[in-house]
Write a protein that binds this ligand. Structure first.
Ligand code: AHG
Ligand code: MN
Ligand code: MN
Length: 366
């Protein structure tokens, strides 16, 4: 052990380079160290707050039609600059870019693909609230020639194929939480020295919880199984669950998942009918998929309600997906409620929106 603890680079070299498995080709540790460098730079930028000159909205909208914050663009550029040069990537995908980012011709191309959300929860920026970054690493598919530029289809692979995933949470301290497939591990940034130090080894999510997180303002658009679960939690001690639950909503998936990794809980951004054309709110490739990898590696569960998220076959770079993740026993219960509903065996509902089952059938257009 080094003085000051196990640094991220020592952890990665020990895990990936000294004991390589067939899926962990060389270079992954170096790539993750470049990602960590992006995160340190973003952390330093965010810490400046309004003094950094990057507060407020940009004049642009992103590929999802959402208003971009200046920091959405600045943090995206930080990821690109730190990760494009090292010869380890064949392409990048980001929430803030419509198309695959091609590695500039000045740099060699490598055998990995990086997908990221450079700033998650960006509506929290102007209120000095918690935000994060999320990333996912795949190896280039066998069909892509060595040194070739990645195209969309290279990224359209189910999450179980990820070789690494992680997030940074920029709170009172900056933490990096990663998995390379051998558990989920948390590192805290030592700001004076500039190192990420292993502080949370092999994180385990408790299987039971009394805490759930959902944007309850969307309740009228939820499907019946989600309404059933949340109503039963709200009924508390006097209802069928016979115990009280607590609710949280930070509006940053990173902050919610971090809380769940630390002390358990359930996070839901489920399928809803607010915008019928959308499957869900969160993006599969760089939000749902990496977070599901981390949650499963920590003993939790992650589902759309009907399918394990890591098994979902992506069809588009910016595809959205319903997300229900966290403590295993609660997520299993919610998945069971979806199955009950789909079989027509759920409890009756009194809501005028849902008492006619024909209104929101599961096979309704999405
Ligand atoms: P982003 O800032 O990258 O667009 O992501 C925000 C996401 C997610 O992190 C969070 O859980 C959710 O949007 C918040 O949605 P509401 O605005 O509906 O609360
Ligand atoms: Mn996000
Ligand atoms: Mn974002």
């Amino acid at each position: 052990m080094l003085d000051g603890g196990t640094t991220l680079s020592k952890f990665l070299i020990d895990t990936l380079d000294r004991n390589p498995s067939p899926v962990q080709a060389s270079g992954l540790s170096a790539l993750l160290i470049d990602v960590a460098a992006s995160i340190k730079t973003i952390s330093a930028q965010l810490t400046k707050g309004a003094l950094g000159g990057n507060y407020g909205s940009a004049t642009t909208i992103n590929t999802h039609g959402e208003e971009q914050k200046k920091l959405d663009i600045a943090t995206n550029d930080i990821f690109l600059q730190h990760c494009e040069w090292d010869g380890l990537l064949a392409g990048m995908v980001s929430e803030e870019m419509e198309d695959v980012y091609a590695i500039p011709p000045a740099y060699p191309r490598g055998e990995y693909l990086l997908a990221f959300d450079p700033l998650d929860g960006s509506s929290n920026i102007d209120i000095n609230g918690v935000v994060g970054s999320i990333f996912s690493v795949l190896r280039v598919p066998a069909g892509l020639k060595a040194g070739a530029a990645a195209i969309d289809s290279a990224f359209l692979r189910p999450g179980y194929e990820q070789v690494a995933a992680g997030y940074a949470v920029y709170g009172p301290s900056t933490m990096l939480v990663i998995s390379v497939g051998n558990g989920t591990h948390g590192f805290t940034l030592d700001r004076e020295v500039g190192n990420f130090v292993l502080t949370h080894s092999d994180i385990r999510i408790p299987e039971d919880t009394g805490e759930f997180a959902i944007n309850a303002s969307n309740e009228r658009f939820w499907e019946p199984p989600v309404r059933r679960y949340v109503q039963e939690c709200k009924d508390g001690r006097s209802g069928c669950r016979e115990r009280d639950f607590n609710m949280r909503w930070i509006a940053s998936m990173v902050a919610e998942v971090h809380r769940i990794l630390m002390r358990g809980g359930v996070f839901m951004y489920p399928r809803d009918f607010k915008t019928p054309a959308m499957q869900g709110r969160l993006r599969l490739l760089y939000e749902a998929s990496p977070m599901s990898f981390l949650v499963e590696q920590a003993g939790g569960m992650s589902t759309t309600g009907r399918e394990r998220i890591l098994d979902v076959q992506p069809r588009a770079l910016h595809e959205r997906v319903p997300v229900i993740l966290g403590s295993k026993n609660e997520v299993e219960r919610i998945a069971r409620y979806h199955a009950d509903y789909d079989r027509g065996e759920d409890k009756p509902y009194t809501s005028p929106l849902f008492n006619k089952r024909s209104l929101f059938l599961p096979e309704a257009p999405v």
